[in-house]
Design a protein. Structure first.
Length: 108
């Protein structure tokens, strides 16, 4: 069985035999939450400043800002979960292949 490579060894593995995505997925989600929060905050501030010129548009922007931020977080979570699912499928497929190879060798 192969030994586990370090993070930087996996990062620069040109054969792509090992993956780093699953290891950094939490960081990516935290960055998505921060990014969505900042976008929501900017929209909220923009809505407050828009209230001076167009109260209706400013109010609408203030109401929609948290919703847009929440939708960004939800979209990010779904995308990252789908990414993890793909990697889990790869892991399980490799395990099944390994088991089948062992069964074939035993049957010979």
């Amino acid at each position: 069985m192969e030994t586990e490579k370090g993070f930087f060894a996996q990062l620069f593995d040109l054969s792509f035999k090992s993956f780093i995505t699953v290891k950094i997925i939490k960081l990516l989600y935290i960055l998505a939450i921060i990014g969505s929060g900042l976008i929501g905050l900017m929209l909220l501030i923009g809505g407050v400043s828009t209230m001076k010129y167009s109260p209706g548009a400013g109010f609408l922007q203030i109401v929609l800002a948290p919703l847009i931020a929440l939708l960004g977080i939800i979209w990010s979570r779904v995308f990252l979960e789908l990414t993890v699912v793909l990697f889990k499928i790869e892991e399980n497929t490799a395990k099944i292949s390994e088991i089948k190879e062992k069964e074939t060798k035993i049957g010979d």
